[in-house]
Design a protein around this ligand. Structure first.
Ligand SMILES: [Zn+2]
Length: 376
């Protein structure tokens, strides 16, 4: 059968010979081929009230203009035109950012994701390597509105493609800048690229400089709804955790080892904190981790996906049924657990660095003393 199509903006008129049983997708493919377009056109039509009611759940509708779902038979469209003299319209120009956002998040929305709330959230991601960049991309796919990316690293030849956000043209760029470039391309997202060396046990700064830099981080955490700790070493994660306790922000820590991946959420006082069960850094520093680059691809992807899931549940105020998740690469098992506060914790315990700072005018200095001045 013959189908009249028109691009109202660019003025293309086409008469296509399409199969009786063609869907909107097949018509879009024919138009794309006919006009040698770089991307498929979006098809829309002015339909009658019955069709609009029937499609309300499945299509973007503006008045009586319906953006046609790709699985819809074109015969259905023709039978339900508001006026049979009208053509089927298509757009070939660059889709608007707002429209793209609506389209790309629509199915998540139908699935039950609270896209509006996700979009209004700010997530700070500390460390945008193997897990952090993965979580950032996933959150952007789900429509997050604001990401603060904190990292002082640069993309190298070992990172590209393995770290999903980075490709060969990003090599030697700051990871936060390359990630920002990638995410901004999604549209409808604000990304703050903080090229920042989070104080750690490697830092050689003076005490005052440490406190100043902790203050910079603290200011960013105060603006965030959730903090993800995805650094490959302990002390930056411990620092993020201490600031989250001071600011009363949920802290999501991720860890990858060759065999086991972990996601841990610390929010309520009874959850304890990342440092519960770890020795007091005042008694000597822990051996800094760093084996995460040896993790398997399945561990990386699964831990990234679980961390994303928990982050979304957290920022949309859903109930989370466990506060610890483990993936075992050898057995392919995912398990949950519940961690509890330790009264002996040197950070969140009754005599810990955070609790004992109540009434103290300089909590950041106290944290610096707890984490960075050991008694050796
Ligand atoms: Zn603790």
């Amino acid at each position: 059968m013959l189908l009249r199509c028109q691009d109202p903006e660019l003025g293309h008129h086409l008469v296509l010979d399409v199969p009786e049983r063609a869907t909107v997708r097949e018509v879009a493919t024919l138009i794309r081929r006919e006009l040698e377009l770089d991307s498929p056109p979006a098809l829309f039509a002015y339909l009658g009230p019955e069709a609009i009611a029937a499609l309300a759940e499945h299509a973007l509708i503006d008045g009586d203009c319906v953006t046609l779902p790709e699985d819809l038979p074109i015969v259905y469209v023709l039978k339900n035109m508001r006026d049979s003299r009208l053509p089927v319209y298509f757009r070939t120009f660059e889709i608007s950012t707002e429209k793209l956002f609506q389209l790309r998040t629509r199915r998540f929305s139908q699935m039950g994701y609270d896209i509006r709330r996700i979009h209004d959230s700010t997530v700070l991601i500390g460390g945008v390597g193997l897990i952090g960049s993965e979580v950032a991309i996933n959150l952007a796919v789900l429509g997050i509105g604001n990401i603060i990316a904190v990292d002082n690293g640069f993309v190298d030849w070992f990172n590209v493609y393995r770290q999903t956000a980075f490709s060969r043209t990003d090599v030697y760029l700051a990871k936060v800048d390359a990630l920002k470039r990638r995410l901004v391309d999604f549209g409808n997202i604000k990304v703050e690229a903080m090229l920042f060396d989070v104080p750690s046990w490697r830092s050689t700064d003076s005490r005052d400089e440490l406190v100043r830099r902790i203050g910079v981080l603290d200011e960013a955490i105060a603006r965030s709804d959730l903090i993800v700790g995805a650094f490959d070493s302990f002390s930056p994660r411990a620092l993020l955790q201490s600031l989250c306790l001071i600011r009363k922000r949920p802290f999501l820590a991720t860890a990858l080892e060759p065999e086991v991946g972990q996601v841990m959420l610390y929010e309520k006082p009874e959850d304890g904190c990342y440092c519960c069960g770890l020795p007091n850094p005042q008694d000597g520093r822990w051996v800094e981790g760093g084996a995460c680059t040896l993790a398997s691809l399945d561990s990386q992807r699964i831990v990234g996906a679980i961390a994303t899931k928990v982050a979304i549940e957290k920022v949309t105020g859903q109930k989370i049924h466990a506060n610890e998740f483990r993936y075992n690469h050898r057995t392919s098992e995912i398990g949950t657990a519940t961690h509890r506060a330790s009264r002996l914790c040197s950070l969140c315990g009754p005599a810990g660095a955070v609790r004992s700072q109540i009434g103290d005018a300089k909590p950041l200095r106290k944290i610096a003393e707890w984490l960075f001045t050991d008694s050796r």
